[in-house]
Design a binder for this molecule. Structure first.
Ligand code: DLL
Length: 434
């Protein structure tokens, strides 16, 4: 039976809020957030003062563009708790994500933030097809990464029977899928393909397994990959987007009946798209960098966060009854972030490991390739000593400090590309179309 629009939403009151009401709600929440930051967070207070702005200067939504961006480096400079706007003892959870150098960027949540987190993830799961009572295989990593616990909180709010399987251990995951019969799975798109292959090897055809819906994100993927996962896993797949600095997973999610852009939960997160070079706002429909403001966070609100993700906003009416805008699939990055098997890696993190070691030259190059289904990163480093122990040590240090398994090749001094005056390209991506 077809669902009416109201039944297709977890929270119709919020998701189908009339547009004028939504815009008024956003302005009021943004004004509260700016006032809170000005009052409680020294970095923001100083920055507003430097630009001559006060919270009273935010009189319309358009005024937001007069306020400064927040960047990843601001979180790093205030590591770990410098951007909190509540006393540290009010934190109920801490997560972290890769920073551009050795230190991660840390985000804190109080109880109210965790409630909002669960609400937006519940909406996301519902939009993806999940309904109370369904069995949910959560293969996002549990830990400092927001994926596992973030999805988990929303699944409990929605009323799913959650299997907190976490990432890795593919053979065990296959057994659990076969025995527990989950209808929903959440993981990275690349891992969904790995699981599909493993199920196939066990003689399972896509139509034999219990899975119906896959909620995929945390790394860039494409329509081609969606078709692949759907065919090989026998599911309907939707895109889930999010980032730790703003909340975690569930900033936006597609509706499974449309699969045409992810609904941004605009009563909690205010989206802008800006030109990557000028930082000026561009109209809905045009591509640029996604900039997000968390409007209802209390422990650590972030103003105009420069996500670095390139996408566009879709404001056209839709058939689901939701009033929020959608965002398109992420098309690329405005910086050099690499997402390897769901883990964020900046070239500068690898560089920091090398610089620390001494025995290798600072000349390196990163090659990304795909063997079978998994992405591989090969770090080529120049070194006079062709010592296998040195190579193993680099692999070990990268695993410990950056959290990813890489390949390393030592090569002759002078053999890697050098800058010819301009920006040196440090990464060669051989993965082709995804
Ligand atoms: O990856 C949160 C998340 C967990 C999202 C689980 C979805 C599912 P971070 O580790 O802070 O948080 O990484 C955030 O990952 O700025 C994007 O570059 C990328 N990213 C996240 N979701 C998508 C997606 C989580 N659906 C960074 N498509 C973001 C493309 C994505 N890129």
């Amino acid at each position: 039976m077809l669902e009416t629009p109201v039944q297709s939403m977890f929270n119709p009151h919020a998701e189908a809020m009339p547009i004028e009401q939504l815009r008024a709600h956003q302005l009021a929440r943004l004004q509260e957030t700016v006032a809170r930051l000005n009052e409680r967070v020294p970095m923001y207070r100083e920055r507003f003062a430097q630009t001559g702005l006060t919270p009273n200067d935010l009189r319309s939504l358009d005024d937001l563009s007069r306020f400064p961006f927040t960047r990843k480096s601001d979180l790093r400079d205030n590591y770990p708790f410098g951007l909190l706007s509540v006393p540290q003892r009010e934190l109920r959870r801490v997560h972290a994500s890769s920073g551009t150098t050795g230190k991660p960027t840390v985000v804190g949540y109080d109880q109210s933030d965790l409630d909002v987190f669960a609400e937006v993830v519940a909406r996301s799961l519902y939009a993806a097809g999940a309904r109370p009572g369904m069995m949910f295989h959560n293969a996002y990593g549990y830990g400092l990464f927001t994926g596992g616990l973030g999805l988990h909180g929303g699944a409990e709010r929605l009323g799913l029977s959650t299997i907190p399987v976490s990432g890795g251990g593919t053979e065990r995951q296959v057994v659990i899928i076969q025995d527990f019969q989950p209808e929903i799975i959440a993981c990275t798109p690349s891992y969904a393909l790995v699981l599909a292959e493993a199920l196939h090897r066990q003689g399972y055809r896509p139509e034999d397994n219990s899975l119906k819906y896959a909620i995929l994100g945390a790394e860039p993927w494409s329509e081609k990959m969606r078709r692949d996962v759907e065919a090989k896993l026998g599911v309907k797949a939707t895109n889930i987007y999010g980032l730790s600095e703003i909340m975690g997973p569930g900033v936006s999610n597609e509706d499974v009946t449309e699969q045409a852009g992810s609904y941004l939960w605009e009563d909690h997160f205010y989206p802008e798209i800006v030109d990557p070079d000028t930082g000026e706002n561009v109209p809905d429909g045009e591509y640029g960098v996604l900039v997000l403001t968390s409007m209802t966070r209390t422990a650590m609100p972030i103003l105009r966060y420069w996500t670095g993700d390139i996408t566009r906003l879709i404001a056209e009416p839709n058939a689901t009854g939701r009033t929020a805008r959608r965002m398109d699939m992420i098309r690329g990055r405005s910086d050099d972030l690499i997402i390897l098997r769901g883990v964020n890696v900046y070239p500068s993190q690898l560089e920091a490991v090398l610089l620390h070691m001494g025995e290798v030259s600072p000349h390196y190059h990163i090659y990304l390739s795909r063997t079978g289904l998994m992405d591989e990163l090969t770090l080529k480093v120049e070194s006079g000593a062709q010592d296998p122990a040195l190579r193993a040590e680099i692999v070990r240090l990268v695993k410990t400090n950056v959290g990813v398994t890489i390949e390393c090749e030592l090569c002759e001094p002078g053999s890697l590309p050098r800058s010819e005056g301009g920006k040196l390209k440090r990464v060669t991506d051989l993965r082709g179309d995804r």
